[in-house]
Ligand binder design. Structure first.
Ligand code: NAP
Length: 282
């Protein structure tokens, strides 16, 4: 009755692995790059590349549940292999981007939507976790904050509800260990709506240092972001932030409703991760 956790180098996957292993559940960590994977002692590892079906059999042997990162390449073959191996339930780390108007044509939305659809058509029991923006996105600011440079933003007033990755992991484990979330899609957000400027003000307080914000034009932001991601993805994110500048982010009370505890705050995440902002990043 092993649980397979894919994308095991990911932050959410690692938190899910830790919880399942600590609870004494049999768990296997799958990664596309085993050489760079570290897991808790006693956890088995396996190479899994969704674009390479020859890696599926060993990964899925004896598996009944999967925690899955969305990867459209090879998802059809993976779903088939999962069914053949006797998998009963898949918990997908999807995204709230699937709910946006025009998601099918959007690089963020369509990536997740195509995986959701392949799973929905498979007949497997599924849970779709649809988190909004991650608190971990703030790691993008370690470089300027660590060097006391202004944080350059095209949309400093974009309002988001950043979610702590541990909250996503808690809900994922609930979905994997209970039955209440089977067949459901849940939107997950953090506890508070915060603009980028407000997130930086929280970081400034937690770090006890001034953080300047510099508004830049969209074209300049697009050029900067395209160094780290496909240009279409950068454009899509900028569209999201432009739209989010008009109204405060909507808060989903899913974490509290499902787990009985309030969602962790961005301040908590900032305090836990302060060291990443105090040394110059790369
Ligand atoms: N950021 C957001 O605001 C947001 C919002 C909603 C949904 N999401 C979704 O959440 C997922 C990202 O979650 P996450 O933050 O847990 O993932 P992450 O830490 O960014 O890692 C994502 C995956 O990339 C692979 N990877 C490649 N290089 C890596 C490296 N140097 N370190 C760690 N992992 C590396 C890992 O898979 P292997 O181990 O197999 O290589 C890992 O599972 C994406 O699918 C995204 O669409 C994100």
């Amino acid at each position: 009755m092993t649980v397979l956790v894919t994308g095991a180098r990911g932050k959410v996957a690692r938190a899910v692995l830790d919880r399942l292993h600590a609870a004494g559940l049999p768990v296997r960590a799958a990664s596309a790059r085993l050489a760079d994977l570290s897991v808790p002692a006693g956890v088995g590892t396996v190479e899994l590349v969704l674009g390479r079906p020859e890696t599926f059999a060993a990964a899925l042997d004896g598996v009944r549940q999967v925690f899955l990162y969305p990867e459209p390449a090879g998802i059809g073959a993976f779903v088939e292999a999962a069914r053949a191996a006797g998998v009963e339930h898949v918990v997908l780390l999807s995204s709230s981007s699937v709910l946006a108007p025009g998601a099918e044509a959007d690089p963020l939305g369509s990536h997740n939507l195509s995986v959701e659809r392949a799973l929905a058509a498979s007949g497997l029991s599924c849970t779709f976790l649809r988190p909004d923006a991650f608190a971990t996105n703030a790691f993008a600011w370690t470089h300027p904050i660590g060097r006391a440079l202004p944080v350059e933003l095209a949309y400093p007033e974009a309002s988001l509800a950043p979610i702590h990755p541990e909250d996503i992991a808690d809900v994922a484990v609930e979905a994997l260990t209970g039955t209440a979330l089977r067949g459901h899609a849940v939107t997950l957000t953090g506890a508070q709506a915060l603009t980028f400027r407000e997130q930086l003000a929280v970081l400034s307080e937690v770090l006890d240092r001034d953080i300047a914000v510099k508004a830049i034009g969209r074209a300049e932001a697009e050029e900067q972001m395209a160094r780290f991601m496909p240009p279409a993805m950068a454009g899509s994110l900028l569209d999201v932030w432009a739209a989010a500048s008009a109204t405060p982010a909507t808060i989903a009370d899913t974490t509290e409703t499902l787990l009985g505890t309030p969602a962790r705050t961005f301040r908590q995440w900032a305090a836990e991760n302060a060291p990443a902002f105090t040394a110059p990043g790369e």
